[in-house]
Design a protein around this ligand. Sequence first.
Ligand code: PLP
Length: 458
Amino acid sequence: MNENTQRLIELDKRYLWHPFTQMADWLSCTPVVIESGEGFYLIDTDGNRYIDGVSSLWCNVHGHRVKKIDDAIRAQLDKIAHSTLLGLGQTQAIELAEKLVQIAPAGLEKVFYSDSGATAVEIAIKIAYQYWQNTGRTEKTKFIALKEAYHGDTIGSVSVGGMDLFHGIFKSLIFKTYYAPTPNPYRFEGTPAQCAKNSLEAMEAILKRHGEQIAAIVVEPLVQGASGIIVHPAGFLKGVEQLARKYDVLLIVDEVATGFGRTGKMFACEHEDVHPDLMCMAKGISAGYLPLAATLTTQTIFDAFAVSGDIHKTFYHGHTYTGNALGCAAALASLELFEENKILETMPEKIDLISQYFERFAELPHVGDARQCGMIGRIELVKDKQTKEPFPSQDKIGAKVCAAMRPKGAMMRPLGNVIVLMPAVGMNIETLTQLLDIIEETLEEDLMKVITAQTKFL
Ligand SMILES: *Cc1c(COP(=O)(O)O)cnc(C)c1O
């Protein structure tokens, strides 16, 4: 470790508070400090290179230091970095809004910008709530979400979240939400179809009893990310849409993690021809460059707010950096790269490659479940494959296994006992193969060694 690394680690420990981190553990670890990136690699302050296996927390799309995106941001910097959307238009925000409406599922016609996934969801919830107020159905004030859902960390998005470990402590701060069980095929006794049906029936039971009070159903489409990359059974999302229509509630789809190609299509909704009333985008929207998010909505919802002279129907919400010009410029360049590099067309080959590896992973002794949705993969490690008994969470098996991949050149981040595979969708076959080889080697050769290691890991 060079002197500069040492100095930075010391300063980090003195001044920083890291997200989602037990800082007491952090202080006793030796963190990696990233200095730069190149393509699909992260480079630390000692010059070590790692494949960015979770695309810098699920947001990088085309790699790091991509010329076209870098140039677009620089060109915008020569014009203006930021101006407000309160009372003013802005070139990049306008151009991007048109593009987003073009690529989003039909029916979504208006774009409301913000700066993170949590705010995109917060905005969707508030728009859904106010939509019913504005249209005279004032009793429709509640939401339905999935148990173990994750929609971000602001109070509103936590209120529709269902992860006890993250959200339990705040329960007296958050509003009441109805929860339907997560359709998790690995932890369900029965077929995937029965698993979907079970959750849909529970959701319908809530709607039958409380439908009159429900403003919207909020779901992560196809894959529940933060709760451990739970891949829903086919048909579940369509079933949710049908319930929303049947009981006259809005459908909010949180595509923050799944959007921009991750599932093999531009948006997860497309797999089941689902047309939500509100859709949340963030993470990949700016190719992982800058904080940018958008909430898209239908003309019908927009019209319930756009009432001339009625100040009570206005949507009073906004953030200072709403529609930031640099972020929008990056997003526009990213969408051009989707076309130029034929990202969606070249993805089936990569998705097949992941499948081939995952079939082998599933045979390994401590791999309970190896499942994928497009370019998103989950490898759940279990203590007992037969009974599906999990490793105790305090053993930090996922973190240990990921740490063992670092010296081999892969930067991964688990969710509990689940090894998450989330490469940039633009990653080339060679790099993706290297990444999968590192995962395979670690799972095959080192797993027992890693599991029993006494070393401290975050
Ligand atoms: C990451 C994530 C969020 C929150 O996004 P932030 O930008 O971290 O606020 C919301 N929903 C889903 C599905 C996510 O994966």
